[in-house]
Design a binder for this molecule. Structure first.
Ligand SMILES: Cc1cc2nc3c(=O)[nH]c(=O)nc-3n(C[C@H](O)[C@H](O)[C@H](O)COP(=O)(O)O)c2cc1C
Ligand code: SF4
Length: 503
């Protein structure tokens, strides 16, 4: 009896000691988690946030039995996200043993390596290109991978600030999205593309019409280098937006020139742009008022109108052309969109990019109108494909969201983003430490630049913009790959130049 009592006492003592140690450990971990600045999830969910990293690690061993494989998830699979996370952390981006990418499905992109790759000593930085050669302030940039439109409103102020600072460090541009220019965009000092959405936030009068004086004020910022008229967005073509009154804070109302606390409706297109002629008039008006390169963004569905647009440009003269077209993919992202549009509307960029590049080439406008494209182009192979297919520049929204720490929780429309990116809840925003995430944005952009260079060198060209369609092949339905330049025969740059020069 005496003996069993003693054993019981020891067991209880050990249990109590373990309990105390556990409690102390939890308190210590709690303090470490809320004080560290690196991981938004741990800052916002101290202690339990650690399980995410544990499960992520264990997933490598167990997911083959229970969970999705590396290449299965959508919108972005684990392999795609992991590359961004590792690049953004400055960690090793090499992988071991062999590729988990299945090279057999139709549509698989392969690059054509050269027997004599470019030696490191012959490698070059990407060549600069000029936007808006006929404007008073042409924009020259060498950057081929930049931040796509995301409005302040859809994303939080710390997210905008981190993007701005990181972009400046990386020498790339950011895009305001349709939510107007905020001090947060200017803070880091990066180049900015100002987007004019259908509600013309930030450059509107009380009735939602374009206000030239406000447009001039925006253009007066040296950092604002170009203007992008948004016709449509890949995730929701033909749909405007509602910014609920609850989200229209005093600050957002002041920046957008709308009433605080009131629902704000974006029309589903610019009411003053009804056809190609009016589109060119609008581009010309914005460019004349601002003196800066001006283009438009759209997702391609119907494309006959593009042929007519080119014909109208040639009738008016090449100066009248938009300085760029941004093609967004049907697979594009958004803060919120109806499922009917996000799932079904428009063409994916893998179809629309070569199609638009060919239309511009056919009319001799490929050099005059710079082609920017977006849509799940977040890894080096995606970006290199786009450069081969005809893009001058690739932009990404969600790639940079991953760099900011997005874990694809898919709650961007609920104000509950666990990483502080798409929420206005100050408690959750605390997780996103601007200095740390800015560094990640910089590292991601830098790693992308380098890795696309590596693909170019392997193809035997000294710099990424040297990539052409002949460097890329696409697996066909019969399982055999065909070269991109045979699938989309493309006029040679010499012909394009001479046509653009009017000879
Ligand atoms: C949170 C969020 C907000 C966005 N806001 C805008 C916007 O204001 N204007 C716009 O043209 N596109 C907007 N987009 C679309 C992106 O700019 C981009 O075109 C699209 O997501 C495709 O790029 P990605 O696949 O790299 O994300 C937004 C996307 C996201 C994810
Ligand atoms: S809600 Fe989820 S998907 Fe959206 S930004 Fe936040 S972590 Fe990423």
């Amino acid at each position: 009896m005496e003996f069993s009592y003693q054993v019981l006492t020891i067991v209880v003592d050990v249990f109590l000691a373990l309990l105390v140690i556990t409690l102390v450990a939890v308190v210590v971990m709690y303090i470490i988690d809320v004080r560290q600045t690196e991981h938004a999830v741990r800052r916002n969910y101290p202690v339990i946030g650690r399980f995410r990293y544990l499960f992520e690690h264990l997933g490598e061993f167990f997911r083959q039995y229970f969970f999705a494989m590396d290449r299965e998830e959508l919108p972005f699979n684990r392999a795609e996200r992991s590359w961004v996370y590792r690049a953004a952390k400055g960690a090793d981006t090499t992988v071991a043993f062999g590729s988990t990418r299945d090279l057999r499905p139709t549509g698989t992109v392969l690059f054509v390596n050269c027997p004599y790759p470019t030696l490191e000593r012959d490698a070059l930085e990407a060549a600069p290109i000029v936007f808006g050669p006929y404007t008073a302030n042409p924009y020259e940039t060498a950057s081929f991978f930049n931040v796509s439109a995301m409005s302040y409103g859809a994303i939080s102020s710390p997210a905008v600030r981190a993007l701005s600072k990181g972009a400046k460090q990386a020498g790339i541009w950011t895009n305001t999205g349709e939510g107007a220019l905020s001090p947060h965009h200017l803070e880091g000092g990066a180049d900015i593309v100002f987007q004019i959405g259908t509600a013309k936030y930030g450059v509107r009068d009380a009735d939602g019409n374009l206000d030239d004086e406000r447009l001039r004020e925006i253009a007066a910022h040296d950092q604002v280098r170009m203007f992008e008229i948004k016709l449509s967005q890949g995730a929701k073509p033909g749909k405007g937006g509602i910014l609920p009154g609850a989200k229209v804070t005093e600050e957002i109302a002041r920046i957008r020139f709308i009433d605080p606390g009131q629902d704000s409706l974006s029309p589903n297109r610019h009411p003053d742009v009804d056809n190609n002629a009016e589109l060119l008039d609008f581009v010309d008006h914005v460019r004349t008022v601002t003196g800066k390169p001006t283009g438009f963004k759209c997702v391609i569905g119907a494309y006959g109108w593009l042929e007519e647009l080119c014909q109208e440009i040639l009738r008016r003269g090449v100066e009248s052309a938009p300085d760029f077209i941004t093609i967004d993919s049907a697979e594009g992202g958004t803060g919120a969109a109806p499922m009917s549009l996000i799932d079904y509307m428009g063409l994916p960029v893998r179809e629309s990019l070569p199609l638009v590049a060919d239309i511009l080439s056919r009319y001799g406008l490929k050099q005059r109108i710079r082609l920017i494209c977006s849509g799940k182009l977040v890894n080096p192979g995606h970006v290199a494909w786009a450069l081969c297919a005809g893009a001058d520049v690739v932009v990404s929204a969600r790639g940079f969201m991953f760099a900011l720490g997005c874990i694809q929780a898919l709650q961007c429309n609920r104000n509950t983003c666990p990483t502080g990116i798409t929420t206005h809840d100050p408690d959750l925003q605390k997780g996103l430490v601007v200095a740390d995430k800015a560094e990640r944005v910089y590292r991601y952009a830098k790693a992308m630049r380098k890795a696309v260079g590596v693909i170019a060198h392997s193809c035997g060209v000294p710099e990424p913009r040297g990539l052409q369609r002949l460097h890329c092949r696409v697996v066909q339905a019969d399982g055999i790959s065909a070269p991109l330049d045979e699938l989309y025969p493309h006029p040679q740059p010499a012909e394009i130049n001479s046509a653009a020069a009017g000879s």
